[in-house]
Ligand binder design. Structure first.
Ligand code: GTP
Ligand code: MG
Length: 419
């Protein structure tokens, strides 16, 4: 594969989405994404669109202008910062005369390059094929008639399947295999819950410092790197808090502004670590000029995972890069449950550990109760909502030791064996 593909970036801003992301912000992020595929951005152009053209997406004049730049600068690939429909992509490619891909395809390409575990590769391939299927014409065509490179490879440098019938079969197969992996994972999770060990999950924008924090807290040896989407597979490690409480801390794939829906769907198994967590550590790189945008993007992915209302600590990271501590204090004002740290230097990590312990202690209570035998509803509740560590029946009561969320513990409190 050509590793120095020459790229023309077309940064699109639609009239409808003139929000908090400026052209410059979008361009900076697109450049990072291209870097992650080892492409070289030779030129970039801005493109404001008031009315999307059904056929070409852009206006005809703009498409011709792109074609001229491609000629003059010997561009290999045109990448749009906005998603295209299949027909628009083909038409645009025709006018431009170069391989033309959209943002989703670029992101999928990065994932395909980075996937290491079997599960990661399956998830990426599934996302790629589901993206591709509605874009094929007839029985199937080359993804791009204009050569390979960025956007055309599956995980592990395999060539993406291009035959419609075989893609369908492959998608079914991947769904089945991923379901098995997900079932394995649920079993392991259930075992941990039964042991009463809370799961603390790192979430955040890609490059926020999640893996660095995992390493600092647990010496996990997770790979860290200044670039986008370094981590794709989840990794869990035991973390013992200063109060000796055992927890499991998990690191997972980072989020991105408007993360393609296909990816979220196919990474559901990996992201279950997030949806089933007892506590989220939302890691935010406060040295990033647009850190508030990054925070909001993460919140919207969490919403999609239905995890946005989970107990959360906002970990304001990379404070070693901010010399004025008043600025840090001011930033702290605007976030829920903030702790400002440097995952790299270790600054304020003890404070974070204390905060984790304090959050967890407010969530779960372990009680010993003797429930009357005519209150099997409460025995069921203990089983369904908590972790029953021990249960014994005698002639008039079921004696249980159970850890469960405080709101349920309250219902059992009057049968407590301790004063
Ligand atoms: N200065 C500074 N750099 C940090 C800090 N934490 C992380 N970094 C750097 O930020 C970059 C990204 O860190 P990672 O830990 O790989 O980030 P991540 O959130 O795991 O990223 P993805 O896996 O891509 O989602 C690396 O170059 C780290 O060394 C910090 O507290 N201070
Ligand atoms: Mg990481």
């Amino acid at each position: 594969m050509k590793s120095s593909e020459k790229i023309l970036l077309v940064i699109v801003q639609l009239k409808s989405d003139r929000g908090t992301w400026t052209f410059e912000d979008l361009a900076a992020e697109m450049e990072e994404l291209v870097n992650a595929c080892h492409g070289v951005v030779v030129d970039k152009m801005m493109c404001r669109i008031d009315q999307v053209s059904a056929g070409l997406f852009l206006g005809e004049g703009k498409a011709k202008e792109i074609a001229e730049i491609c000629q003059a600068k010997e561009i290999d690939t045109v990448i749009l910062s906005h998603d295209l429909k299949g027909g628009q992509q083909r038409n645009l490619e025709e006018v431009v005369g170069r391989k033309t891909i959209d943002r989703t395809q670029l992101i999928l390409d990065i994932f395909a390059r980075r996937a290491k575990s079997q599960e990661g590769k399956m998830q990426v391939e599934l996302a790629q094929l589901e993206y591709l299927l509605p874009r094929l014409v007839g029985q199937g065509v080359e993804l791009s008639r204009l050569g390979g490179g960025i956007g055309t490879m599956g995980p592990g440098e395999t060539k993406l399947e291009m035959d419609r019938r075989r893609i369908r079969e492959r998608i079914d197969r991947l769904h089945r295999d991923l379901k098995d992996v997900s079932a394995d994972r649920s079993l392991r999770r259930k075992k941990r819950q039964d042991d009463g060990i809370p799961l603390v999950s790192l979430v955040g924008y890609t490059n926020a410092g999640k893996s660095t924090l995992l390493n600092t807290l647990t010496q996990a040896g997770q790979v860290t790197h200044d670039g986008l989407f370094t981590t794709l597979d989840s990794l869990s490690r035991q973390l013992i808090l200063p109060n000796h409480q055992k927890t499991v801390l998990s690191d997972t794939v980072g989020f991105l502004h408007e993360l393609p829906h296909h990816l979220i769907e196919s990474f559901k198994a990996t992201l279950e670590e997030t949806s089933s967590a007892d506590l989220l550590l939302h890691v935010l790189d406060v040295s990033h000029p647009k850190f508030r945008n990054l925070h909001d993007s993460v919140m919207s992915v969490l919403r999609e995972l239905d995890a946005h209302e989970k107990p959360t600590i906002t970990v304001l990271n990379k404070i070693d890069r901010i010399t004025d501590k008043d600025v840090v204090r001011e930033i702290m004002q605007s976030f829920k449950n903030p702790v400002a740290v440097s995952a790299l230097s270790g600054e304020n990590i003890p404070r974070l550990l204390a905060q984790i312990a304090s959050e967890l202690s407010t969530l779960i209570e372990t009680i010993e109760v003797a429930l009357p035998l005519d209150r099997m509803d409460l025995v069921n509740l203990a089983h369904n909502e908590g972790q029953v560590h021990a249960i014994a029946y005698d002639h008039d009561a079921a004696r249980l030791s159970v850890s469960l969320p405080k709101k349920f513990a309250g219902l059992l409190q009057k049968f407590s064996l301790k004063e």
